[in-house]
Design a protein around this ligand. Sequence first.
Ligand SMILES: *Cc1c(COP(=O)(O)O)cnc(C)c1O
Length: 394
Amino acid sequence: MIDRPETLLTPGPVPVSPEVLLAQGSPMLYHRGPVFSELLADVADGIRMLLKTSAPVVIHSCSGTGGMESAVANSFSPGDKVLVVSIGNFGERFAKICRAYGLDVEVLEYPWGEEARAEDVGRKLSEIPQCKGVLVTHSETSTGVVNDIESIASVVRETEALLIVDTVSGAGACPFEMDAWGVDVAVTGSQKAMAASPGAAFLAVSERALQAHERARLPRFYFDWTQALEAYNRPNHECPWTPATSVLMGVRVALQKIREEGVDRMVARHALLGKATRAGLQAMGLEIFASSPERANVVTCVRASEGVDSSKIVSHVRKRFGLVIAGGQGKLKGKVFRIGHLGWVDRFDILRALAAVETAFVDLGLPVKEGTGVQAALEVFQAADREHGGDPPA
Ligand SMILES: *Cc1c(COP(=O)(O)O)cnc(C)c1O
């Protein structure tokens, strides 16, 4: 094997284009000057494009979890009742954050691998008088499952509760329409489908959420939306504190590239890559973990063979081919491996991953149908070529 950098097919961080990397390496900007001000405005506009909203955008220099924490700290008061809908590790994280802030947390919990159902959310909400918020994951990166936020939103909209959505890994890879669906707070991050480096989180905040924020009394300082929006709304847009300027230089270029590709086309690219990945793995005789993986545009979660520690497969693929796939998280540790297909990736990354996984199974003496995975994925791509008249999304 030639000596080249590792390729990430992890569900974040993801491969980043050379243009974004070069932009991040630009000379340092002063964060209270006109050049950075213009950059911030560009980034906020780009986030609105990505989330399909006209809402104000709060920009934090932290990973996605900080964005989740910001949503909680800014929306509620001590003891408020909230409903967390959890289908995996990131749903559990939302519940932990709410508890850490002293909220009265109800969890609607599903077995990992399943998606949430709007009717369950509606029923649960009817049992919680004065529920102030519903917190739900869009793309549950630990299992690959993507929730139907549109139908969940339609149920939550019948109540007074705010709808807060973690679309850190979903935005740009799965359909998401903040305004049309009636989402109040959408949280996303730089290092997933956006294909920039880790270090920036973004929240789009609806009018209703801003009104709730004014009444909300949980302690907050670094992530305070009032401070963030006051600084942004100065004639010279600013962040209240020193932002991750280099990361944001990359984010601006990443968002420009998304604008050129088009959000819907970007989502279609991710959908096609997900479909080909599943087809390839299933042809190899492997089992997809999610119960309804049709919308799994972000990451494919695969069951390891019975009695096999999945981390062996992950480390073999990495050692032998320099290809980084992910193991299981939380209760799926050792049981599954995950192939990310988001960010700056195309069909050849998927073919490479399938070939690497097949070889790893052969090397490790695990059962696999040889010579079938890459072929099945190629058939998915060729069908897309025919359907899109030579201009497929990936
Ligand atoms: C990646 C991710 C986050 C944020 O994780 P960080 O490590 O803090 O960036 C949150 N939610 C989901 C669904 C994610 O995939």
